[in-house]
Design a protein. Structure first.
Length: 273
């Protein structure tokens, strides 16, 4: 064994080393004697890359992202979609939702909620439907007319009930029934008090009318003689009221004209107070 001087660092070392143990110039140690650490010098050994640290950081980042998406997924999606316009909701409907038809009758249904529609019938022996929504009654029974959008995601239904067609009327079937005897309108009508008291008449406004004085808070019951038909009563002043039975009541001061209409004729009474 002899000493060899390193041409790089100038240190002497045993020839059992293939390279200087102080500067590790030519490769790893292969001798039988471990290299000694020189005073004031530090032997550096080359190491391979350590991937454990970056891999651990990547796993932690993935776990953090997964937890964040689990708890804040909706907010994250809303943030990414903040500039996108929401897709309009489709509300498909059909009018009418139910219909009764006679055999041979045609009815047009109206759909809304989409641009194009697909029509179908649950029983074409009862009712058929074309691409415009026109339903034709084919036979007695019930059928569901369904309308869908072109994607088939939304639908609406109309229930069709088909009945037998009524037979046409015969030549004598359109004769109107005899209404029977008709009471002719009364011609001799009089306005009287229900206490069978005759009322005086005066000329007022170019016509002859009845004339009655009625104090505030008082009532007077009128009727029309000469007819058994319903009389319609009216007052032209809220100071004097009249009900459907002909009961007149003075509420406040003022003159009022009470009108009784029956059989196309009008009777009037001036109420003074």
């Amino acid at each position: 064994m002899k000493l060899v001087k390193c041409p790089i660092c100038g240190e002497s070392y045993s020839d059992t080393y293939k390279a200087c143990p102080f500067c590790a110039e030519s490769g790893p140690y292969e001798g039988t004697v471990k290299p000694r650490k020189a005073k004031g010098r530090r032997i550096e050994r080359r190491r391979g890359p350590n991937i454990l640290g970056p891999a651990l950081i990547l796993v932690l980042l993935l776990l953090a992202a997964l937890l964040a998406y689990t708890y804040y997924g909706d907010e994250i999606r809303a943030w990414f979609n903040r500039d996108k316009e929401p897709e309009p909701e489709i509300h498909l409907s059909v009018e009418p939702t139910s219909v009764e038809l006679a055999v041979g009758e045609i009815r047009l249904l109206t759909a809304s909620g989409a641009e194009k529609f697909v029509w179908s019938s649950s029983d074409e022996a009862v009712a058929t439907v074309d691409e415009q929504g026109s339903v034709t009654a084919m036979g007695v029974g019930t059928a569901d007319i369904t309308v869908k959008d072109t994607a088939g995601e939304h639908s609406a239904q109309c229930k069709v009930t088909v009945k037998e067609a009524e037979p046409p009327e015969g030549p004598g079937d359109n004769t109107e029934p005899d209404p029977g005897p008709v009471n002719p309108p009364a011609t001799d009508l009089k306005l009287i008090a229900k206490e069978n008291r005759n009322l005086p008449t005066i000329s007022f406004g170019g016509e002859t009318i009845y004339d009655v004085t009625l104090r505030k808070g008082s009532t007077l019951h009128f009727s029309v003689s000469g007819t058994d038909r319903t009389v319609t009563w009216a007052s032209d002043n809220a100071a004097v009221t009249v009900d459907a039975e002909g009961t007149v009541k003075r509420v406040s001061s003022g003159t009022a004209i009470i009108t009784a209409t029956v059989d196309g004729q009008t009777l009037k009474c001036r109420i003074l107070g």
